[in-house]
Design a protein around this ligand. Structure first.
Ligand code: FES
Ligand code: FE2
Length: 383
């Protein structure tokens, strides 16, 4: 079913506040601790999930014009995403076809040419090799372009599969999550500076924090949780993806107003989790925070990059100062509260290798995440 409008999320949140509980799933789900720690499983997750699923590699608004680009490394694969002169966004392995250097290391930028720093071979915005500093020496070489990756643009986001040659079916992958993202109006955003990095623990424990509405008023009880009526969440599951609704304290006061007067920005908060590694927090008429989980080389650590987007470019000194403040503040909250906890959990798992993590009926976002992660890691889909 296509994503319902946000007013219906608010109505459901109000019903949950009245019922004194969140949306409930059918059962409690246990996930074995070894599923977070096992190196073979982790390698299958990297190979079968991160290297073979469509991953969000940029928002469309990051690459507005011909020559706008983003570069990033996900699960060991260096990626370059560029908007071409035909307006199409393409992803490539950011690996020079001469001897493997990255052709750029800027996170975001604008260029019609990419000159490899090592021996100055040059590529264009379609990935073609258009310059060689010693043509005679390479007469007859068997490559003429960067290695292209399957890429698709949908609902204001650019997705790529990090393995060349695989088919990408973005409609099938996103399913009804596409209509949920359409509501967010991702095309109409402006990124404020580059992402900010932070270290975290196991990637799935980190992801747990983004699909868990339950902890907001507890772990964040003195920071971002103060405005929330905690543990009254809605969970809309779209395949592996999820839209979470959070009830905020002003919500019950909306009950007596006509629906077109409900102030949804105050009444509730929203998080969209795009499996396996992207969280987008915010609403269509406000700023957004996007977080990207980057698995490390071992199961016990990952990195998170956090990006701030606004509905208009930040131009005045006051706007920039305010945006800088928010950018740092939100990183501090997630780093000091979420990721610090995730690292302690990850490290503590060594002491309870045969135990389990327990996901209650109020944690259906987490249950869904682990169901999909387990199935995809094994090369299947959930029953
Ligand atoms: S590695 Fe890129 S030009 Fe040599
Ligand atoms: Fe959190």
């Amino acid at each position: 079913m296509a994503a319902t409008p946000l007013i219906s999320v608010a109505q459901r949140l109000l019903a949950n506040v009245d019922a004194d509980h969140a949306d409930y799933s059918e059962t409690i789900v246990d996930v074995a601790v070894r599923n977070y720690r096992d190196t073979d499983r982790f390698e299958r997750e990297v190979e079968n999930i991160f290297h073979r699923s469509p991953l969000l590699v940029a928002l469309s608004c990051d690459l507005r014009e011909h020559g706008d680009f983003a570069s990033l490394v996900i699960a060991g694969r260096p990626i370059l995403v560029v908007r071409g002169k035909d307006g199409i966004a393409r992803a490539f392995l950011n690996i020079c076809r001469h001897r493997g250097a990255p052709v750029t290391e800027e996170c975001f930028g604008h260029s019609r040419r990419f000159t490899c720093p090592y021996h100055s071979w040059v590529y264009d915005t379609e990935g073609a090799l258009v310059g060689n500093t010693d043509r005679a020496a390479f007469d007859g070489i068997d490559v003429d372009a960067l290695v292209g990756l399957p890429t698709a643009e949908k609902s204001g986001a650019i997705f790529a599969i990090l393995t060349p040659g695989l088919a990408i079916d973005i409609d099938a992958w996103l399913g009804d999550m596409a209509s949920a993202l359409d509501i967010l109006d991702l095309n109409n955003l402006y990124r404020h500076r580059d992402g900010l990095p932070a270290e975290s623990g196991n990637w799935k424990v980190t992801a747990d924090g983004y699909v868990d509405g339950y902890h907001l008023g507890y772990l964040h009880g003195k920071s971002i949780g103060t405005k929330s009526i905690t543990n009254r969440n809605t969970y809309d599951l779209y395949g592996p993806h999820v839209r979470l609704g959070f009830a905020n304290k002003p919500l019950p006061a909306m009950r007596d107003l006509p629906e077109d007067e409900w102030q949804l920005l105050n009444a509730m908060s929203l998080v969209h989790y795009i499996f396996p590694n992207i969280s987008i927090s915010g609403q269509p008429n406000g700023g957004l925070m996007m977080s990207r989980i980057l698995p490390g080389s071992t199961p016990d650590r990952c990195q998170v990059e956090q990006f701030q987007y606004f509905r208009e470019p930040m131009t005045t000194p006051e706007q920039i100062a305010d945006a800088d403040y928010k950018r740092e503040l939100y990183l501090a909250v997630t780093r000091d509260e979420d990721f610090a906890t995730v690292m302690k959990i990850t490290d503590a798992m060594a002491a309870i290798p045969d135990d389990a993590m327990r996901y209650g009926r109020n944690e259906s976002g987490n249950q869904n995440l682990h169901r999909w992660a387990a199935a995809l890691a094994d090369g299947t889909t959930p029953a």
